[in-house]
Design a protein around this ligand. Structure first.
Ligand SMILES: [Ca+2]
Ligand SMILES: [Ca+2]
Length: 139
């Protein structure tokens, strides 16, 4: 089976972080991430393999300067008391925007920039598992 993600990682010599771009992913397995949203997940592979963990997710459509104040939804869609910050393990970018991922609040310490249509099933492979604390949209 063809992987849904086709990402190219390019080092950026002059700035911190790196750039991730991809051709738009095939139109499969998008039912839990509507077009036009960036979908964030606590678990690997967009929560497809929870291994006993909660199905925690959140969709955003604009920059978030402080994910400490932003909380996961659970499997039934209710807001939980689990903060999103330092907890994102996979994501889908279903917007036409680039998203910039930062380690600190208020867009401090750039980790990576992620192009439109990129799905990342394991942020750990990019050294970003449970690190993201703010996200900037650049449209
Ligand atoms: Ca996580
Ligand atoms: Ca962080």
């Amino acid at each position: 089976m063809r992987k849904a993600i086709s990402a190219i990682v390019v080092s950026v010599a002059t700035t911190a972080g790196f750039t991730i771009t991809a051709v738009p992913a095939a139109a499969t397995a998008n039912s839990q991430c509507p077009d036009g949203k960036v979908c964030l997940y606590d678990g690997l592979s967009w929560n497809s393999g929870l291994a006993g963990n909660l199905d925690l997710w959140s969709d955003i459509t604009a920059s978030q300067a402080d994910l400490r104040k932003y909380y996961w939804h659970n499997a039934s869609g209710a807001i939980t008391d689990h903060s999103v910050q330092d907890d994102i393990t996979s994501l889908k970018n279903r917007t036409d925007c680039w998203i910039y991922l930062f380690n600190d609040i208020d867009f401090g310490e750039l980790l990576a920039s992620v192009g439109p249509g990129v799905y990342l099933g394991n942020l750990g492979t990019h050294g970003m598992n449970n690190n993201i604390t703010s996200i900037m949209f650049v449209c």
